[in-house]
Design a protein around this ligand. Structure first.
Ligand SMILES: Nc1ncnc2c1ncn2[C@@H]1O[C@H](COP(=O)(O)OP(=O)(O)OP(=O)(O)O)[C@@H](O)[C@H]1O
Ligand SMILES: [Mg+2]
Ligand SMILES: [Zn+2]
Length: 246
């Protein structure tokens, strides 16, 4: 790159850059640009710092647990056959993310403990967030707790709105509790509303497909599989937590 002022062919948001400055982190970055009428506009914050800051804010707002903040598709390792299978499904999903979000294409991740279900789901959410989408992570127990905590101050619908409205939702640990009628109704409300609005959800569970179908009902499972939605079995020889990596 060249010095200030002689670099009008380099673009910032489609407009020629006017001046450059040094960001301590990113080096040479645009400091101002030329507007459509030849007017000069300052760029207050390093664009790369700004992008990182916004990503950080959206990640903070996503409720993805700290442990899973840095879990991505890239750092999902493949040492077993099933890992290649599930990773490819996640990569394909992300490759067509805009369509999958627009068409509400959901995924169901099933399998034993420690096989990477939460990791891979958070990896997809990470990708959605980096493309400016809103994604939320919630376990069923947290979801139920939030609804209970707001009883008397908000309607259930108001409390659930944040979970029904986000572009992308991860619903983790489905079927861990026996599930009272009220708890199941909360789950149905979230899943049915998202289905009706064509918004995708990743449902994660340790249950087998038949058990999950008994738990949620055939209708919900059918809806989660609509439009190319898939039930994805994670079948590991050992839990990753116990060192299956070796
Ligand atoms: N293929 C993998 N590559 C890298 N790390 C992995 C992989 N699979 C699992 N892990 C790591 O192992 C730990 C457990 O994985 P994770 O929590 O995603 O499992 P899970 O299937 O959601 O288990 P559970 O059903 O108990 O919730 C995490 O720290 C995760 O990042
Ligand atoms: Mg998990
Ligand atoms: Zn910077």
């Amino acid at each position: 790159m060249t010095s200030c002022n002689d670099n009008t062919q380099v673009l910032f948001n489609g407009r020629p850059v006017h001046y450059w400055r040094e960001c301590p982190v990113h080096g040479k970055v645009p400091a101002s640009y030329v507007g459509v009428y030849g007017d000069i506009w300052p760029i207050d914050e390093c664009p790369k710092c700004k992008e990182q800051r916004l990503m950080e804010e959206r990640l903070n707002g996503s409720m993805i647990p700290k442990r899973f903040r840095n879990k991505t598709l890239d750092n999902f390792q493949v040492t077993e056959k099933f890992q290649q299978f599930v990773k490819t499904i996640a990569q394909d999903y992300v490759a067509d993310l805009e369509n999958n979000i627009a068409n509400g294409v959901s995924l169901v991740f099933l399998g034993p403990c420690g096989t990477g279900k939460t990791h891979l789901a958070c990896g997809i959410a990470h990708e959605a967030i980096s493309r400016g989408r809103t994604a939320l992570f919630v376990s069923v127990s947290t979801l139920i707790r939030k609804v209970r905590a707001s009883w008397g101050t908000k309607t259930e619908e108001e409390t659930l709105k944040v979970f029904t409205d986000c572009d992308f939702l991860i619903l983790d640990e489905v079927g861990i509790q026996a599930g009272t009628e009220n708890e199941r109704n909360i789950l149905f409300d979230v899943l049915n509303t998202r289905y009706a609005d064509m918004r995708p959800t990743i449902v994660i569970s340790n249950l087998k497909l038949v058990e999950l179908t008994n738990y949620l009902g055939t209708r919900i499972i059918d809806r989660l599989s609509e439009n190319g939605g898939q039930v994805v079995p994670f079948k590991g020889a050992k839990s990753f937590r116990q060192g299956a990596k070796a």
